[in-house]
Design a protein. Structure first.
Length: 121
């Protein structure tokens, strides 16, 4: 949109009818609100919901916080964790289950039963 620094008209996803960047208010009126209505969503949702939804989906698929921070343009992972940390609920349990599975698999296949017995004491 206007002010993004894109100069090639081919770089615009939503160009203005006369060419060049579309103004944010025009984009919201022409594209965003009709898309929300078509999807059966409240038309008063702001466009920032796209950013938050992207983060929620990336976290749900297990994406690393550094990757998410880079996509959002944050210089620190801390920002992602501070703002979206609540979406990591259950991550500890999932990590523990993956760790258990990995240890059990390696113990059975690589170390043999003696190591498993020593670990289980």
């Amino acid at each position: 949109m206007a002010g993004s620094g894109l100069t090639d008209p081919g770089e615009w996803i939503f160009p203005a009818p006369e060419g060049g960047p579309i103004r944010r208010t025009a984009w919201v009126r022409r594209y965003w609100k009709p898309a929300l209505a078509t999807a059966g969503l409240p038309t008063d949702l702001g466009t920032h919901v796209l950013r938050r939804s992207q983060v929620a989906l990336l976290i749900a698929q297990g994406e690393h916080p550094r990757v998410i921070a880079d996509r959002l343009g944050h210089t620190s992972v801390r920002t992602v964790l501070d703002v979206y940390g609540h979406l990591y609920e259950g991550a500890d349990e999932a990590a523990a289950e993956r760790l258990d599975a990995q240890i059990a698999s390696r113990s059975r296949h690589a170390a043999g039963p003696a190591v498993v017995r020593r670990l289980g004491r």
